[in-house]
Design a protein around this ligand. Sequence first.
Ligand code: SF4
Length: 258
Amino acid sequence: MAVTKTASAENLDEKREHAAWVCDRLDDEYGTLQWRSHGEPLGALVMTILSQHTSDKNSERAYDNLREAFPTWDEVRVAETLEIADAIRSGGLANAKAPRIKNVLTEIHDKTGATHLEFLRPMPTEDAKRYLLSFHGVGPKTMACVLMFSLGRPVLPVDTHVFRVSHRLGLIEKRIGEAKAHDALESLIEPERVYAFHVHMIRHGRRICVAQKPRCGVCPLANRCDYYRAGGVMGDTAPTELPPVETRHGMSDTQIET
Ligand code: SF4
């Protein structure tokens, strides 16, 4: 007996095909990209906290200062919050980020007896997701950054650029919200393309599909973009200078809270 697909299954197939087309166009525009490790998982977790609401340059400087002041994560864990804040001052919001860093290191140590996340390496991805989300202050984006950047798992971080561009393209509904957007978008992208999709979407969101007045006239995705087809507000046709493909740590500035 022939199996007929439900409307929702057909819709999912269509969205996956659309997402694959987007990945192809982004590869054409920005080049193919292979995952490389961005460091050990606890470093990626701290870096993600530092990257919130600041530029890559500032967060990288803050990370380097922190590592210089406290060469081991245990030293950060037992340091006074004010000392941590002083070390990361150049990254902005130091008084908010310092207690978050100290708290998460303390919680990891309390739960595991050690101040590292190396035990995530052999853990199945779904278990690692759940484990990281069990820590206070670790939301879907921080969890995804650790698993994707550090361990190369096909877990998609959705920051403000990925969210905005995906919604304009019609890949996700805006009302879905950030937490569900992670799972919804991740299910559309082939696992081996998750890393490049994330990095390219951020680059595209900074360069062409900017928040105000996107530059649809020079966008390689315009043919299949809901926003463009609906005649949304469009800006000039000169893309901004191309930002680097990846920063050293590879995190993006974020507006979506973790
Ligand atoms: S066509 Fe315009 S709105 Fe659509 S992805 Fe490109 S820049 Fe963004």
